[in-house]
Design a protein around this ligand. Structure first.
Ligand SMILES: *Cc1c(COP(=O)(O)O)cnc(C)c1O
Length: 411
């Protein structure tokens, strides 16, 4: 059979921007191969691309650090899902943060919420200072932001909503309107909700960042990050640094994360359904002191959930305080049979951890407790298993960790 170019009659059709989330997730950045018609892109492992004359590459690509077909397609998909003009992918969420902070001149000042992701806190306090960038942390950014701004020095405000691990929310619009009066950019780390549940750029943020490692890839098998934004100036600066610093993901990781992203809406809905079941189960247990879940109407900032999250969804993450202290928290995590005791989040499998002894152990106790991270706090990432099985697992683990502890376990 002779293949000619016109054997394939339909050229690749990019999805129209009016398409909704699920359609974009499946089709954005996923053109059919114009030569073979392959519906799924191949993995472009080639590090270099032929040129027909000096400085005239055959296609769009020259060298894989600068741009690679798989990264290009993944970035297009992220931009579509975050309602952004541009997206850039990085080798991890942390590399994304580092690249954004590197874009600031020496002498710049940053305001951040207090309970940021531990690795972000570490970068802000231990690395940024070496480049002459100072960070001020605020436990109540909506109220304090105007006072914390230093004229001609503050360049960036860093928000995580929901925060980790206490799941408190920030009104992005409220902070952005103050920031924009002073020409300051607002960054929102949207890792905990994913673009299905929240699109920060629609609420006034200038840059949205993700640890793709979590919900977007969703299968706990890729480490990657991404940033999305609308400003062409930010694109020039950040894409320059993406290439100059070179903290870029591999073509294979881009391909895997793009495959994961195609089912994000299904996984995010299921995770929210499961987290709602788990949150209600915990809230009605006598073994539980309190539950932090933005999807419960009892959450102190439920009005923000309703305004900022798709259909008032709470997402797949929650945390709770257990009766019996640190020991009970640790016993609980060892007694679950479906929830695995492990760090990280956002995968198809459910996880539990004790932030005070694991992800947040680096923060001094007083600071930790001031932020609500008590030793008896357990963080839960709900996966996409059956909700009824998760509910039973939570109940039996609570019973073993607290109910029978006085009899069987004095420690
Ligand atoms: C995991 C995580 C990061 C860091 O991402 P890596 O991909 O692990 O480098 C940043 N922010 C949040 C909220 C995270 O959960």
């Amino acid at each position: 059979m002779t293949q000619t170019q016109d054997t394939i009659e339909t050229p690749p059709r990019p999805p129209s921007p009016v398409n909704q989330f699920g359609t974009l997730a499946v089709h954005a950045g996923s053109p059919h191969d114009p030569v073979t018609g392959a519906v799924i892109e191949s993995i472009s492992l080639s590090t270099t691309f032929a040129q027909s004359a000096v400085g005239k590459p055959v296609g769009l690509y020259e060298y894989t650090r600068s741009l690679n077909p798989n990264r290009d397609n993944f970035e297009k998909a992220i931009a579509a899902l975050e309602h952004a003009r541009f997206a850039l992918a990085f080798s991890s969420g942390s590399a994304t943060t580092a690249t954004i902070l590197q874009s600031l001149a020496a002498g710049s000042h940053v305001i951040s919420i207090s309970d940021v992701y531990g690795g972000t806190h570490r970068y802000f306090t231990k690395v940024a200072a070496a480049h002459g960038v100072q960070v001020t942390f605020s436990p109540n950014i909506e109220v304090d932001v105007a006072q914390l701004i230093r004229p001609n020095e503050t360049r960036l405000i860093w928000i995580e909503t929901p925060s980790n691990p206490t799941l408190s929310l920030v009104d992005i619009r409220a902070v952005a309107s103050v920031a924009h009066n002073h020409g300051i950019h607002v960054v929102v780390d949207n890792t905990f909700l994913s673009p299905y549940v929240q699109n920060p750029l629609d609420h006034g943020a200038d840059i949205v960042v993700h640890s793709v490692t979590k919900y977007i890839n969703g299968h706990s098998d890729v480490l990657m990050g991404a940033a999305a934004f609308n400003s062409p100036e930010l694109f020039d600066r950040l894409s320059f640094l993406q290439n100059a610093i070179g903290a870029v993901p591999s073509p294979f990781d881009c391909w895997l994360a793009h495959r994961g992203l195609k089912t994000l809406h299904l996984r995010a809905r299921e995770a929210t359904t499961n987290a709602t079941i788990v949150a209600k189960t915990l809230a009605s247990s006598p073994h539980v002191i309190s539950v932090n879940y933005p999807g419960l109407s009892t959450h102190p900032q439920y009005h923000i959930t309703q305004k900022q999250h798709r259909n008032g969804m709470g997402g797949g993450m929650l945390s709770f305080r257990i009766h019996g202290g640190k020991e009970a928290a640790e016993r609980f995590c060892q007694q679950t049979k479906i929830f695995t005791l492990a760090e990280s989040l956002g995968g198809v499998e459910s996880l539990v951890e004790v932030p005070g002894s694991m992800t947040h152990a680096g923060i001094p106790r007083e600071q930790r407790e001031a932020a609500g991270v008590w030793d008896d706090l357990v963080r839960v990432s709900c996966g996409i298993e059956d909700g009824e099985d998760l509910r039973k697992d939570i109940l039996q683990a609570l019973e073993k960790a607290v109910g029978s502890s006085k009899i069987t376990n004095g420690t």
